[in-house]
Every structure is written in structure tokens, then in C-alpha cells.
Write a protein that binds this ligand. Structure first.
Ligand code: ADP
Ligand code: MG
Length: 568
């Protein structure tokens, strides 16, 4: 067994293995009883033994049913626990990419859904068969020794050939299935990216190219699948051949001895009935092995995820205190995978309890990245983030996020009712609380104009709402959580003057009495902040911004507070 398989088996509860061994032992004994009764019944033309045969057959069927039931239940349990373990990792994406990075997301989704189901054949098929292959042959061989030791010797010598030939072919299969899985994963990742960017692709007339890429990947996957099947069929052919030849080696001498009268008919029949039973579990093991190979490849991926360096959920035991904390960034540097330039470079910033800091800067300066770092969704390459003096990596992430309100640039609204979208972060919030949040977010007016008010079910992604309305729903959502720290990324879309004023009013009420880091593209929003800092190319630019109030020096939109902003 390979290391991955050993590790996978360790996820099975011990009592399941004990049960499987017990079932296999009972089956082996029934095989011998059945063969013995059948041989004597035929040789002696004795019908009284037939009920024994029937009972043995029925017993084997019941045992097979019980065994697969036990294994199936165990497989479901192991899958659930593996999914939980992977999800726990996915919940706090680490240095590898952060919540917004696309690359590994599709792969992770494939892994959690279709991918993990592939371990079913491993637990429900391969493991029970492996137990049977270890337990049944020795027992049946013992029965064979009692019947005729010469035949037993032939069987004992040829039996090891089956696993040897099986393994030789199996090595190739493992290689093929690994390739097939890798292709499926790439296909999943690519497909997800394409779907996410469909609108953009259509706008630029690139859909044709993308469908060609998907077709090519699907084609490669098909070819890898057929290749794996070919090897699997070849291997069962080889194993069948070895078994057939081995049984023949036993059968021919038995036949000759029966002709010579050197052997009793009952004994000869018993040998002929038992010999194939020694090989049977090993033969079945081969095909079960091939059926489980994909699952093993997937398990390898799962373990790679579980072994990857811990994201900041880590052993987070320290739970932060209530109320707005002091947040300090010390020389924080963030580099996205594959980027040559860091998105943030040696950024140091202190947000005092209850202070509201606005971050300005041109597009791509790293403003959103700064918020992702504070939310623990992106892990800095170097530097420290301290919350009340405790490093972010040591905080209990769930508790920290519970203290954060998050208003992203493009808030995601789910295809659920308006009220449910607002209470996303506070599932226990009652209707009154939801209304209060909507009122604070200046969203009440437009919500009440919707066909079913708060019960209106939104389209996917909040279709049917304007950018400003979506943003205000996101503010209501943050408001409902009552979190002491707010992270707010102003929408870059151009808003009309009224929407902008509503948004700024809503933001002002949201930030009342809380700490906040607010990404602001327009001067209007700066008025809610106590202090403004400016990011350029991932670096905090000194001089500007450390002053108390925003001045007119604001490159995206010079002019007063009413000047419409230009999207950053
Ligand atoms: P801003 O919000 O100021 O416009 P961002 O923080 O979104 O800037 O991005 C900062 C830099 O990091 C940009 O150069 C951007 O291209 C890059 N970047 C942002 N997100 C990712 C990501 N998920 N993967 C790789 N690069 C990214
Ligand atoms: Mg941004």
C-alpha cells in the first residue's frame, strides 16, 4: 500500500476494520462449509446435505450485504470529515492566494464536490476487498490442506503470482489516473474562471477562443480517461489469465488422479471447488483497485491541502476583547502569487480605537489588498498585523471576523430575500433589527418600493439593483452585525449625486462610534474619516494624508465635495 492509501485507511474508525475482518472470516468459513457440503452431496448423491449448502449461500449473501453496508456508511463518514477538514482550510485562505484569488478556487471546488466522491470506491469497494484478500485465502487454503495437501502446495505457490502481476500493471494505471485527475482539475479551474468572466469575454468577442480552450482540455481529459480504462482492462486480463492457469495446474492432476482411482470423488470435487475460491478475492482486488485509483489520487490532493502551511486560522486561541481595538500594521508586505511587484510594500499604519481612517490612492495601489489583510483573507509575506497587541495569526479568526463589518467594493448579494441578505452576518437579527439597519443605510426607501418589500427575492448577484443600492444593502448588512470595526471599500462605479449623498450619509451612520478603515475614491466620503492616508504603488506616501482633514489635493477628482468622482 502506498503512503496515501495508508493515510486514507487511518481515517476509518478502528471498529469498522474489526467488523470487516470479522465479516471476511465468517465468509471464508462459509466458503469451506459450502464447498464441503456440496462436494459430499454430489459424491454421495445425498440430498440431505443440500439445505446446508443453501444456508451457506444465504449466509454469504447476508454477510456481503452487511459488509458493504458497514463500508458504505464508513465511506460517507470519512468523506464528511475530509470535507470539513478541507473547508476549514478553505475558510481562511492563506498565503497561497487570498479570498479573491481565482486560480486555486475552481480546483478547490472540484475537490470538495465531485472530487471527494471519488473516494467512495476506495472505502466501499477496495478496503473491504483488501481485508477479504488478506483473510479469506489463508482460511480456504487451510481447508484445502485438509482435503488434499498436494493441491494445496500448488495453490500456495501460484497464489503470490496474482498480486505480483497485478502490481506490475497497476503501477502504470496509477500514473494514468494521476494524469486524468490533474486534467479534470485544470478543466474545473479554467471553466470557473471562464464562467466568472463571461460578460467580459463576450464584450471583447473572445468567447470563441475560450470555448476552443475548454474543448481542448475536455478532449485531453477524455483521452486520459480512455487511456486509464485501457490499462485497467489489460490488467484484469493479465490477472484472469494467471488465475485460470493456476486453477488448471490444480485441476489437471486432480482429474488424472480421479481417473486412476487414486483419489476419492468427494475429495477431488472439494479441491476443484475450493481452489478458485483462494484466487477469487485477489482477482476481485485488482478491479477494485482500479476503481479506487481516482479516489486515491484525489485523496493525495486533499492531504496536500491539509498539509499546506496553516492559514491564520492556525491554533488561534486568543479571543480579542469587546469594543473597538487598536489595530497596528508593521512593515506589512503582500505579494500575490506570480506578481513581480508586491501589492503592498512595508506598510505601517496605526488605527487607534474608534478612529476612522480613510485610504486614498490610484487604482491598483493596494487599497483593497489592505482591507483583505485586515480581514485575515490575505496573509502578508512579511511584517505584522497586531490587534490590541496580539498578532493576527494568533487570533481566533472566527472571533476576529465576528468583530468585523465588511463592505466590499462589489458586494455579493445572494439570490435570497432582501431581509435575508441584510441578516447574512447576523442570522438571529429580527425584522425590527433588519429595518433599523436598512434605515441607517438609507436603503429603506428603495426596499419599500420593491414588489414584495423586504421579502423580495433578489436576482442572482443582486440583479435589478443599481450599484448604489447594492452598496447600501451591503452597508445595512454590516450595520446589522453591530461589529466594532468596519472595513469599507467604496464602489468605484460612478454614482449620481443623490446616490452618492445617500451613500455618504449611510456610511457616516455606519461608522458612528466604531473603528474603521475606509477606502475612498471620492472626496465626499473622506468627510466621514478622522484621518486620510494615501497609498501609491503599494506604499504609504508620507506627507499627504497624515493631516487631520481632507484637503482639495485629491488627484482623481480635484474640486469640492460635490464633484463627481472618477472611477479608480
Ligand atoms: P486597489 O484596490 O487600490 O485598486 P488592489 O489592492 O485591488 O488595488 O490591487 C493591488 C495590486 O495587486 C494590483 O496591482 C492588482 O493587480 C494586484 N492584485 C489584486 N488582487 C490580486 C489577486 N487576487 N491576484 C494577483 N494580483 C492581484
Ligand atoms: Mg480596490
Amino acid at each position: 500500500m502506498k503512503a496515501v492509501e495508508r493515510r486514507l485507511v487511518r481515517w476509518l474508525p478502528r471498529r469498522v476494520l474489526v467488523l470487516l475482518v470479522a465479516v471476511a472470516l465468517a465468509q471464508a468459513v462459509l466458503v469451506v462449509v459450502q464447498a464441503d457440503a456440496l462436494a459430499r452431496a454430489v459424491a454421495g448423491l445425498d440430498a440431505r446435505l443440500l439445505p446446508v449448502v443453501a444456508a451457506a449461500v444465504a449466509g454469504r449473501a447476508v454477510l456481503a450485504w452487511a459488509g458493504s453496508g458497514v463500508a458504505g456508511r464508513a465511506a460517507a463518514g470519512v468523506k464528511a470529515r475530509l470535507r470539513e477538514a478541507v473547508l476549514a482550510r478553505a475558510g481562511a485562505p492563506g498565503a497561497a492566494g487570498g479570498g479573491s484569488a481565482g486560480g486555486s478556487g475552481g480546483g478547490r471546488v472540484t475537490l470538495l464536490t465531485r472530487g471527494l466522491d471519488a473516494v467512495d470506491p476506495f472505502f466501499a469497494g477496495y478496503v473491504p476487498q483488501l481485508v477479504a484478500a488478506c483473510v479469506v485465502p489463508p482460511v480456504v487454503l487451510a481447508g484445502l490442506v485438509a482435503a488434499d495437501w498436494a493441491s494445496a502446495v500448488v495453490v500456495a505457490v501460484t497464489v503470490p503470482l496474482v498480486p505480483v502481476f497485478g502490481a506490475l500493471v497497476g503501477l502504470r494505471t496509477a500514473e494514468w489516473t494521476g494524469r486524468q485527475w490533474e486534467l479534470l482539475r485544470r478543466l474545473g479551474g479554467h471553466f470557473r474562471d471562464v464562467v466568472a468572466g463571461l460578460a467580459t469575454l463576450r464584450a471583447f468577442g473572445r468567447t470563441g477562443h475560450q470555448s476552443a480552450v475548454v474543448r481542448r482540455l475536455a478532449d485531453e481529459h477524455r483521452r486520459a480517461t480512455v487511456g486509464a480504462l485501457r490499462v485497467a482492462f489489460l490488467s484484469s486480463l493479465v490477472v484472469e489469465l494467471v488465475c485460470a492457469l493456476s486453477v488448471a495446474l490444480v485441476a489437471v492432476p486432480v482429474g488424472l488422479r480421479l481417473l486412476d482411482g487414486r483419489m476419492e470423488l468427494a475429495a477431488g470435487l472439494l479441491v476443484l471447488l475450493l481452489a478458485p475460491e483462494v484466487y477469487a478475492p485477489l482477482r476481485a482486488l485488482g478491479s477494485r483497485f482500479h476503481a479506487s485509483a481516482e479516489g486515491v489520487a484525489v485523496a493525495g490532493e486533499v492531504f496536500a491541502v491539509l498539509d499546506s502551511p496553516a492559514a491564520p486560522t492556525g491554533g488561534g486561541r486568543v479571543v480579542a476583547a469587546e469594543g473597538p481595538p487598536e489595530i497596528v500594521l508593521e512593515d506589512v508586505t503582500v505579494r500575490y502569487p506570480g506578481a513581480d511587484r508586491p501589492a503592498l510594500e512595508k506598510v505601517s499604519l496605526r488605527v487607534a480605537p474608534g478612529e476612522r481612517v480613510a485610504v486614498t490612492g490610484p487604482s491598483g495601489a493596494g487599497k483593497s489588498t489592505l482591507l483583505l489583510v485586515l480581514a485575515g483573507l490575505v496573509t502578508p509575506e512579511s511584517g505584522r498585523v497586531l490587534v490590541d497587541g496580539v498578532e493576527l495569526g494568533e487570533l481566533d479568526m472566527a472571533a476576529w471576523r465576528a468583530r468585523l463589518g465588511w463592505v466590499p467594493q462589489r458586494p455579493h448579494l445572494f439570490a435570497a430575500s432582501v431581509a435575508d441578505n441584510i441578516r447574512l452576518g447576523a442570522p438571529d437579527a429580527g425584522d425590527e433589527r433588519v429595518r433599523q439597519a436598512a434605515r441607517a443605510a438609507a436603503a429603506e426607501e428603495f426596499i419599500e418600493e420593491l414588489p414584495d418589500g423586504y421579502a423580495t427575492v433578489l436576482g442572482d448577484g443582486g440583479a435589478g439593483l443599481s450599484a448604489g443600492q447594492r452598496q447600501r444593502l451591503a452597508i445595512a448588512r454590516a450595520y446589522a452585525t453591530d461589529a466594532p470595526v468596519m472595513l469599507l471599500d467604496e464602489p468605484t462605479a460612478r454614482l449620481d449625486v443623490r446616490s452618492e449623498r445617500l451613500l455618504v450619509d449611510a456610511a457616516r451612520r455606519l461608522l458612528e462610534g466604531r473603528s474603521a478603515v475606509v477606502v475612498a475614491h471620492r472626496p465626499a466620503l473622506l468627510s466621514v474619516a478622522d484621518r486620510v492616508v494615501r497609498l501609491v504603488d503599494g506604499r504609504l506616501v508620507p506627507g499627504d494624508g497624515t493631516g487631520a482633514r481632507p484637503s482639495g489635493s485629491f488627484d482623481e477628482s480635484p474640486g469640492g465635495r460635490c464633484g463627481g468622482g472618477v472611477a479608480a
